[in-house]
Structure formats: structure tokens, C-alpha cells
Design a binder for this molecule. Structure first.
Ligand code: FE2
Ligand code: FE2
Length: 202
């Protein structure tokens, strides 16, 4: 079972994740507000590593929303978000969900998470295909933001909890190493697809 990190380790982990996002546009505020309670924040194995990315993504989403349409930081931050999420989701599937999927007791949780990834790919491609400098772009972005926040909330409060029950401490530590290796490669290879969605995705 995962032991909860101390409050100072948890807040350091969150602050470090926000600082990573801020490095792309230090002048843009990153007001992520309160985050859902999770025992995994600051954890040294796979689930803590995934929450660290989630916090980084929460910060990027808040920053994008805080930009003006013509601010070049909006595009920089959006492209970083898309590359981050592609890298994260692919590595999460390879390091965690593939194993969780193989166990009949937890198949449905993995399937749900991977299904969400497909939906999010379409939402990111839709937002990428639209004019980011137009005042209306934030409406498309708002749908993506809402769906992404919902996805990571569900992972942290449902699917990670179920997955954790079937994984040993050793599995969880090993998965972190696999995740880090795969995320680096997947993020480097990520392509920003552009495709307008013709019917509602969410
Ligand atoms: Fe995730
Ligand atoms: Fe995910």
C-alpha cells in the first residue's frame, strides 16, 4: 500500500511541477487553485510521478487560459501542453495501463483511462486546428481543459486506487523507471495533429 508523503514533500512536489510549467512563460500567472486530495502526491514510485505530471498540466492549462489571444505565449504554452500530454499518455499506457489491462480484475479501469486518452487526442487536434489568435479560441480550449481535468481527477481518485491494489511496491517502482524512459522518447516524437472535429467529442 502507498504510504502518504509528508505535507511538506507534497507541497514541494506540487511547487516543482508548477515551476516546470512556468519556465515556458515566466510572466504568465499559473493559478491552479486547490487540487483534488490524493495520497499519491510526492510518492516516490509511479503514481507520485504521474501526479507530478498532472500538476504540471494543471499549471499549463491555467496559464493558457490567462493569456490574451495575440500573446505568443499562448501558442508556446499550448504546444508544450499537447506535447506533454502526448508523451505522458503514451508512457502511462506503456508503463502502467498495459499491465493493469492484463489483469481481469482491473481491465475496465485501464480501458476507461485509455479510452479517455483517445477522446483527448481528438480534442487537442480540434483546438490545434483552430485559430489560436482569435477571441473565440478559448471556447474550444475550455472543452479540452474541462475534459482533461476530469480525466486526471478520475485517475487520481479512482483508477490509480484500483490499479494500486494489484501492484507490488517493486512493480510500482519499476513502472516509474519505465515511465520516465518512455515519456522522454514519446514526448520527443510527439506530433501536433490538427483536425477539426465534425461532431461533438465529449
Ligand atoms: Fe495521467
Ligand atoms: Fe491518463
Amino acid at each position: 500500500m502507498t504510504r502518504q508523503a509528508s505535507p511538506s514533500v507534497q507541497s514541494e512536489a506540487k511547487a516543482a511541477a508548477i515551476a516546470e510549467a512556468k519556465s515556458f512563460a515566466p510572466e504568465v500567472p499559473a493559478r491552479i487553485g486547490s487540487t483534488p486530495a490524493t495520497k499519491f502526491r510526492g510518492n516516490p514510485a509511479i503514481f507520485g510521478r504521474l501526479v507530478e505530471d498532472h500538476d504540471r498540466h494543471r499549471a499549463l492549462l491555467a496559464m493558457i487560459e490567462a493569456t490574451e489571444p495575440k500573446d505568443p505565449a499562448r501558442k508556446t504554452l499550448f504546444e508544450e501542453f499537447v506535447r506533454e500530454v502526448h508523451g505522458h499518455a503514451a508512457a502511462e499506457e506503456q508503463a502502467l495501463w498495459s499491465t493493469v489491462m492484463r489483469n481481469p480484475e482491473t481491465t475496465e479501469y485501464a480501458r476507461h483511462a485509455v479510452g479517455d486518452h483517445h477522446k483527448l487526442d481528438k480534442l487537442m487536434a480540434d483546438a490545434a486546428a483552430r485559430d489560436i489568435t482569435s477571441p473565440g479560441w478559448l471556447r474550444h480550449f475550455a472543452t479540452l481543459k474541462e475534459e482533461y481535468l476530469e480525466h486526471i481527477l478520475e485517475e487520481e481518485t479512482e483508477q490509480f486506487l484500483e490499479a494500486e491494489k494489484t501492484l507490488s511496491d517493486q512493480d510500482q517502482r519499476y513502472m516509474r523507471t519505465v515511465f520516465n524512459r518512455r515519456k522522454k522518447a514519446e514526448k520527443a516524437a510527439a506530433v501536433i495533429e490538427k483536425k477539426i472535429a465534425l461532431s461533438p467529442i465529449a
